[in-house]
Design a protein around this ligand. Structure first.
Ligand code: ATP
Ligand code: MG
Length: 480
């Protein structure tokens, strides 16, 4: 038998790995993973759209010396099966290269460590011309031409990654400047979410600040932890001696959320679509908004979001792709998660049902009554005993006509449309509280219809538990 070494054809393989499927935002995130692993506390991302456009990412991490940078540039710089330090976000020894080359034809990495600056470059066009894995090692003259090199020099240690010849980004776009703005929005949102625990400086991890063209990113907390309830204590699942931590949250009902809360939670559409597990590998969000087919994404569970923390020591059990965007939990974890799902969807349901109950609370007088029909089912009727309805009826010249009107309103409730709007979390503005002046106006008219002081007193007492007057108890108290 004869053994030959058969290395891959460099330009072909490099070109092929460009199609792994990164988007601009997942590519940038992969570069920042490396900064986090290198203990950086500050990362600057610069998008420069004019002239010779580039994207530059610079950190103040531990930096690399010449040997380290050469190894870093190698496709397969580390074996995926090697054990990694517990804070390492890397896995395949590929990210720096594959993420970068998915967006550009020329990748330059410059690093500063021990007061020395080293640089290396993969240039696809050059590789095509040599037909070999020809890595350019940059001398100080070459380095001087690279954007932001002066800022790197000012740092004690750090690494600068520059993407040039952005063929994938500019493809077919007439207005590159504007397109760059859109890309930046995508990147900003993605990074604010996937690194939110690093940006927030959560206990136990090193806080990191990320700037995009000098604007600092704010963390997006998908659990809105300050307002949500944690339905049950943290649960720790032990898998082959390693701990997977699970923390279920129930978001507040949409009526209790401000516009900014809603956008933090992914917008109105997001609320429903983004329910599910949020899986973190070393506190970095990998996948989110899925129940891994353990449960259907339904309306009743839409307030449930479950944080799942896995250490990188369990990588071998999870299916993890090179972009680290696909993570499927192993059977043992799924079994445990199924039990937790039951408990939390129960609690999420309660938050919805509670509102139903409140609306038909028996101790209050409502305009609409929810009534159980004897033949089964329910119907909504206008409460003829509501003081306002009563006042209109008794003052009307044609009482029958008023009754006909009420019946007609009851029959033509737009129930289907209401259902659609509610499940889409459409903000239904009728629900708003009545203003104080509207209410006192209404009150005046009602009281004017009373014959004497006694009747007025009775009316005021009744109104204390009547919609919408019960919203302003002070108003009634003053009058009494
Ligand atoms: N910003 C950086 N600071 C210091 N070292 C870095 C930096 N970026 C990359 N490196 C070094 O280069 C190596 C290769 O990085 P690369 O992203 O290609 O692979 P990885 O992070 O090991 O694994 P993965 O493919 O999962 O990202 C890293 O392991 C690290 O040693
Ligand atoms: Mg990496």
């Amino acid at each position: 038998m004869e053994v030959v070494s058969l290395p891959p054809n460099a330009p072909v393989l490099m070109e092929a790995t460009r199609a792994i499927g990164y988007s601009i935002e997942t590519a940038v995130a992969d570069i920042i993973d490396n900064s986090v692993t290198a203990h950086a506390t500050e990362v600057h991302i610069m998008f420069f759209p004019i002239g010779n456009p580039y994207v530059a990412i610079m950190d103040n991490g531990s930096g690399m010396n010449e040997d380290e940078i050469k190894n870093a540039m190698r496709y397969g710089s580390k074996n995926p099966l090697d054990t990694r330090a517990s804070g390492d976000l890397g896995r395949f020894g590929l990210g720096l290269k594959t993420a970068s080359m998915s967006q550009c034809r020329r990748l330059t990495v410059i690093s500063k460590k021990n007061d020395a600056i080293v640089g290396a470059q993969w240039d696809l066009d050059f590789i095509e011309s040599t037909n070999d894995w020809s890595l350019k090692l940059l001398d100080s003259d070459d380095v001087a031409d690279i954007p932001h090199i002066d800022q790197l020099k000012e740092k004690v240690t750090g690494t600068l990654v520059v993407w040039q010849a952005l063929d994938r980004l500019s493809l077919g776009d007439a207005n590159f400047d504007q397109t760059m703005g859109k890309y930046m929005d995508l990147v900003r949102e993605h990074l604010s979410l996937v690194f939110h625990r690093y940006l927030a400086g959560e206990q136990g991890i090193k806080k990191i600040e990320i700037f995009m063209n000098n604007v600092k990113l704010e963390p997006i907390d998908p659990f809105l932890s300050s307002k949500s309830t944690q339905v049950m204590a943290d649960e720790s699942i032990s898998i082959e001696g390693h701990k997977v931590m699970v923390r279920p949250y129930t978001l507040p009902h949409i009526s209790q959320l401000s516009e900014s809360d809603i956008s933090m939670l992914g917008g109105k559409d997001g609320l429903r679509k983004l329910q599910g597990f949020y899986v973190y590998r070393n506190k970095r969000l990998l996948v989110w908004g899925t129940w891994f087919r353990l449960m259907r994404q339904g309306d009743l569970s839409k307030l449930a979001r479950v944080r799942v923390d896995i250490p990188n020591s369990l990588d071998y059990l999870w299916t993890l792709d090179i972009k680290k965007s696909i993570a499927v939990p192993p059977e043992a974890v799924r079994r445990n998660l199924a039990g937790i799902i039951g408990k939390i969807s129960e609690s999420s349901k309660r938050t919805w049902v509670f509102r139903g109950k409140k609306e038909t609370d028996e101790s209050k007088i409502h305009i609409w009554n929810r009534v159980k029909a004897r033949q089964g089912g329910i119907f909504y009727e206008i409460n003829r005993d509501h003081p306002l309805v009563e006042a209109v009826s008794s003052n009307a010249a044609n009482k029958q006509l008023v009754e006909k009107l009420l019946q007609q309103i009851e029959r033509s409730l737009p129930l289907n449309q209401l259902y659609i709007d509610l499940t889409n979390d459409e903000r239904i503005v009728n629900e708003n509280e009545v203003s104080q002046s509207d209410l006192s106006n209404l009150l005046e008219q009602l009281l004017a219809g009373c014959r004497d002081v006694k009747e007025r007193e009775m009316m005021l007492k009744r109104l204390a538990s009547t919609e919408p007057f019960n919203q302003q108890p002070e108003l009634l108290r003053d009058l009494i």
